[in-house]
Design a protein around this ligand. Structure first.
Ligand SMILES: [Zn+2]
Length: 182
């Protein structure tokens, strides 16, 4: 498609033809699999910056995929690895731009082995819709977003006062008088 951004790695027509996902344009290698999604069965975060980093996903059909993840997912995976298993298993993950791993490790064939590249993307809860206003507010104060979602606080004297003042001055002074006089 002409409208797609061409990454710096568009080296040959052959590579371009094999491109399968929106991230291929940014990678030296075309992926074998555009994306995969499943529940998190296991997360493994090796020690150090270069320690092995992989997840085991269970697809909706019960198939398993062991995926070696890119380094930029390390922080996210470290946080996920700390969750209790039941909570971990309830989370869905989608990974974009994958390569088949050909190492034979004697795993049962129902478990496919995949690897990623540095441009591959790892999305947690891909179908969760976010409120744009909340995100804009989060730019102003990052703590506000989770707080508003998790703990809708009861009104305090200060917020009540704010609400009253806000509604009192919602219309310019005199606007109500003019409306009732008309
Ligand atoms: Zn791709």
């Amino acid at each position: 498609m002409d409208s797609q951004p061409q990454g710096p790695a568009s080296t040959s027509d052959e590579v371009r033809q094999r491109r399968r996902c929106f991230l291929c344009a940014y990678s030296d290698v075309a992926c074998d699999l555009a994306s995969i999604e499943g529940r998190l069965a296991r997360v493994s975060v090796g020690a150090g910056r270069d320690g092995a980093l992989w997840v085991l996903l269970t697809g909706d059909d019960g198939s398993e995929a062991a995926i070696t993840l890119p380094g930029h997912a390390r922080r996210l995976m470290r946080e996920l690895a700390a969750l209790p298993p039941a909570q971990l298993n309830s989370l869905r993950v989608r990974v974009y731009h994958l390569l088949r791993s050909h190492e034979d490790d004697g795993q049962p064939s129902r478990r496919q082995r995949l690897r990623t590249t540095p441009v591959s993307a790892v999305i947690l809860e891909p179908d969760t819709l976010l409120n744009i206003t909340d995100i804009n507010n989060a730019e102003y104060c990052v703590r506000q977003y989770p707080l508003r979602r998790m703990a809708p606080s009861p009104p305090t004297a200060a917020t009540l006062r704010g609400t009253i003042i806000h509604s009192a001055f919602k219309e310019p002074p005199g606007a109500g008088d003019r409306a009732s006089a008309a």
